[in-house]
Design a protein around this ligand. Structure first.
Ligand SMILES: [Zn+2]
Length: 471
């Protein structure tokens, strides 16, 4: 869409950081029965003191570094005071004054170029408990249960400047961010990503869509709000007062929660039970040394090692780190890396999406898929037969050779193709005469007939060559 309505989007992304235990106690972070992963510290008993999980700080440093942020020399934690049943202490331990990362940036690929999105800050905090409004939502349920298993789970919050001009850019950013977190091993693809989004049209007031859960919903909410405000703006009707809206998954729309709200005064105070953390150069360089390869570095390596274009590597790496890992395992066996990458990013990915399954949860092993691509490489399979097989390889996990014999699929010999050609030519004498008289379409017709005759069980190019020879 090209018109002069300029849109501005900024994001605040919250996600869990991967650790074995909670941020300030040794309770596990695994899924369990409600209120079983708890202790006096995460339940906020008076007299208990938090102890910082060093792994959380390390993860925070890695994220800040990957987002090109400044990491302050000293960091500390603060108490954000509020009274709510999901927070037993009546305050949340977070970073406010000095976060782990400040003033960074992340470049994203956009329309063949690279654009820089500024990162305002990245800070570490603890998750509160989870409220369950039984039989409805907060406005109509009869009673509410609370589960403190989540209380004290470490989170990272990443805040961008309002640098996106449309939802698709925000989508690319989120995919790249997710890939970075996965590559740093501080995030698992089944962890939930949440976002608050600020959206406005130049000339209008700011709208904040709060608490959107999951990548898919974030995109839907952004698209809806973007289109709503653009349509309003085209009619000369701008958002006049700053407002907060909520996204509804059911109706896929946003609705107004409240108008014009200033930043709530949470009365942040320094957390006296946790010491200042000295982030000196020595300490930081030890952490930096343990950082894994990042997506941009991997894209460059894929170009050098496998001769892949940045576009195809981006699909492999941004979709799911496990998909890029799967490709690399197969690449150890398959000679033609480009053919392999093409099959992974087109037909395989399509099948996975269709079945709504990730590569790590699918039944297809890299060994089996390598065997399959090697057969394509050797001409023992062609694209058409391959497309037919791949669906079942993904859903059943059966060995490719076994599956081919079960389905009676094979590529036929040259002699069989030739006898097929002879039969087709005999039946279609007129087309042969037309072709010889210079009618090119007749060749396409004859080729189609031969392919039908041999049930597509051969490479099309090969059939074409043989048919040309015969004619
Ligand atoms: Zn605990």
């Amino acid at each position: 869409m090209t018109d002069d309505i300029k849109c501005i989007i900024g994001l605040e992304i919250h996600t869990q950081m991967k650790t074995k235990s909670k941020i300030f106690c040794s309770c596990p972070v695994t899924e369990s029965e409600p209120n079983t992963n708890v202790c006096p510290i995460c339940l906020g008993y008076p007299g208990t003191k938090p102890m910082l999980n060093k792994k959380v700080l390390e993860n925070g440093v890695k994220i800040a570094k990957a987002l090109n942020c400044n990491i302050p020399q000293h960091v500390f934690f603060s108490r954000k005071s509020y009274f709510y049943p999901d927070m037993t202490k009546n305050f949340q331990i977070t970073q406010y004054e000095i976060p782990i990362g400040l003033n960074g940036n992340l470049s994203i690929p956009w329309e063949g170029k690279s654009i820089k999105i500024r990162i305002k800050r990245a800070h570490i905090e603890e998750d509160p408990g989870r409220l369950e409004h039984v039989g409805g939502d907060i406005t109509n349920s009869k009673y509410t249960l609370v589960d403190y298993n989540r209380a004290g789970i470490p989170l990272i919050e990443i805040v961008t400047e309002p640098d996106f001009t449309n939802p698709e850019q925000a989508g690319v950013f989120l995919k790249k961010l997710r890939a970075i977190l996965e590559h740093l091993d501080v995030y698992d693809s089944d962890m939930i990503m949440k976002a608050d989004a600020n959206i406005s049209i130049q000339g209008g007031a700011r709208v904040e869509v709060k608490n959107i859960t999951g990548f898919h919903n974030i995109m839907k909410a952004l698209e809806y709000e973007y289109n709503r405000q653009r349509i309003m703006a085209k009619q000369g009707n701008f958002v006049k007062l700053q407002e907060t809206r909520a996204y509804s998954e059911g109706s896929k729309t946003t609705k107004q929660l409240r108008l014009k709200e200033s930043e709530a005064d949470y009365g942040y105070i320094f957390e006296p039970d946790l010491s200042w953390q000295n982030m000196n150069t020595d300490r930081l360089s030890i952490i930096f040394k343990t950082m894994n390869e990042l997506p941009d570095e991997r894209i460059e390596r894929f170009r050098k090692e496998y001769n892949l274009t940045p576009e195809i590597s981006t699909v492999l790496i941004y979709t799911d780190k496990a998909l890029a890992d799967f490709f690399e395992t197969c690449a150890k066996k398959v000679k033609d890396k480009v053919l392999l990458a093409n099959w992974v990013t087109t037909h395989l990915l399509k099948c996975l999406n269709y079945n709504d399954v990730s590569i790590s949860k699918s039944k297809l092993s890299p060994e089996n898929f390598s065997k399959f691509v090697i057969m394509l490489e050797n001409g023992e399979l062609n694209e058409r037969l391959g497309k037919e097989l791949i669906k079942e390889l993904v859903s059943t996990g059966k060995d490719v050779k076994k599956l081919m014999s079960e389905k009676n699929i094979s590529v036929i010999s040259d002699a069989d193709i030739e006898s097929g050609i002879v039969e087709v030519l005999k039946k279609n004498e007129k087309a042969v005469v037309d072709y010889k008289a210079g009618k090119v379409e007749s060749f396409t017709f004859l080729l189609g007939e031969v392919l039908k005759k041999i049930k597509y069980q051969a490479d099309v190019q090969k059939v074409k060559n043989l048919l040309e020879k015969k004619l």
